[in-house]
Design a protein around this ligand. Structure first.
Ligand code: FEO
Length: 407
């Protein structure tokens, strides 16, 4: 197999793989992704940072070899740096160590060393150097600085900064699940990439928001943030201009939200749908942005993405057998998992439902939303099909929710 490495700076190459046809990751929909790995040539040592996922070795191996061809150097990896142990970045680590250089130095966080052996059960015999914030490695005219980054995205995660060039190899943090033929942010447009990064953050990083805030504070207080000229994550495009994504991470991690309400509903015979539409009209009448989701057609991953920067939600489901229509349940589990409380944002919620007789959906949804960190400020429980009076009430409740979030 042949595959070209992409030069990022003098002696620095992207040697990752493109997984064009991957359509799910961690259970959410993606349009493909990349598993990024990087080669750094020092005067004395050549370093491979991170690895790739199952089924991808040939593409990865070809790109690594191509980087050596481009540099005109004899193939030899001296150092392996593993920023994180999750399988999408480590599947072939043991194989590459054995095939490329069994005598190479290996560096990872202490948790990463433990996690590698717990996942693959064949790392126990390797001597891996545990590193953390403050540790550095001189590779000849170049310095790698290690920065612990727990919960971004696992307890073992770390960043590696190539100090002289200011390239931050950030592993999962700052990533996006996209699959494109070109490698840099400038090739596709910042707004598009920030939206993909928002989906990635909302679904994978939200829970780690307290750790993100601490990490951004630490990078700012030590001045390292000013040294970062490029961010090279392990998924998606490389940020040649890191300022927009760092600013967005700061906003998302600190619960900064827009005047926006995400409306989510499911329906059996269109009654709850009518309520959803009227609530949306009421919200819009106050000039507040609406993101609308119908759970028969839409994925919870997209819902979560919009909730991240929404100040409130309106959630509707008909009652079926004394409970919420069950198709809403998958989304509720996701909401509970990602837990927006970690971002410090305060999110209000309006719950609405159509019932046949006794009801039950509203009480269950209220309980679940409050457990997931939302403040339920209003409810609307309607008997069968809403008439014009009820639709007017739904409109007004949407407008009231909108007024409650406006600054
Ligand atoms: Fe992309 Fe946590 O792995």
């Amino acid at each position: 197999m042949k595959a070209k490495a992409v030069k990022m700076a003098d002696g620095v190459y992207w040697v990752g793989v493109i997984h064009w046809h991957s359509r799910t990751f961690h259970g959410y929909g993606i349009p493909g992704t990349t598993y990024n790995a990087y080669l750094v040539f020092g005067e004395e040592k050549t370093v491979l940072i991170d690895n790739v996922y199952k089924g991808m070795f040939e593409q990865f191996d070809a790109r690594v070899k191509d980087a050596f061809d481009q540099e005109g150097k004899e193939f030899k990896i001296d150092v392996f740096v593993q920023n994180h142990s999750e399988m999408d970045h480590s599947t072939f680590l043991r194989q590459t160590i054995e095939e490329y250089n069994p005598e190479a130095e290996i560096y990872a966080s202490a948790n990463c060393i433990k996690f590698l052996d717990a996942q693959y059960h064949n790392f126990g015999d390797l001597e891996i150097n545990a590193v953390a914030t403050g540790d550095e490695l001189d590779i000849g005219g170049r310095t790698l600085k290690f920065i612990s980054a727990p919960m971004l995205h696992w307890p073992d995660s770390m960043f590696t900064l190539l100090a002289e060039e200011g390239i931050l190899f950030s592993n999962d943090a700052f990533g996006q699940h996209v699959a494109h033929s070109k490698r840099f942010d400038e090739d596709y447009g910042t707004e598009y990439l920030l939206r993909e990064a928002q989906k990635y953050y909302a679904n994978l990083v939200t829970l780690g928001s307290p750790m993100l805030r601490m990490k951004l504070d630490e990078l700012t207080n030590t001045g390292l943030i000013n040294d970062i000229k490029m961010i090279a994550p392990c998924h998606g495009q490389i940020w040649k201009n890191p300022a927009p994504i760092v600013e967005k991470y700061s906003e998302w991690g600190n619960g900064v939200c827009k005047d926006k309400i995400t409306v989510i509903y499911d329906t059996m015979h269109h009654s709850t749908e009518k309520l959803a539409y009227q609530i949306a009209e009421g919200i819009m009448s106050e000039g507040v942005e609406v993101a609308m989701y119908f759970m028969q057609e839409d994925g919870p991953d997209d819902v979560i993405t919009d909730i991240l920067d929404s100040k409130a939600i309106a959630l509707g489901a008909p009652t079926m057998m004394n409970k919420p229509f069950p198709r809403i349940g998958n989304m509720m589990y996701w909401l509970d998992c990602v837990n927006f409380k970690g971002t410090t944002s305060e999110k209000n919620a309006l719950i609405f439902s159509s019932k046949g007789w006794g009801g039950g959906a509203v009480a269950k949804l209220q309980n679940d939303l409050e457990a997931a960190g939302f403040t339920v400020t209003d409810t609307l429980d309607v008997l069968f099909v809403p008439d014009e009076d009820v639709l007017a009430e739904a409109f007004e409740k949407g407008a009231e929710l909108a007024r409650s979030i406006k600054e």
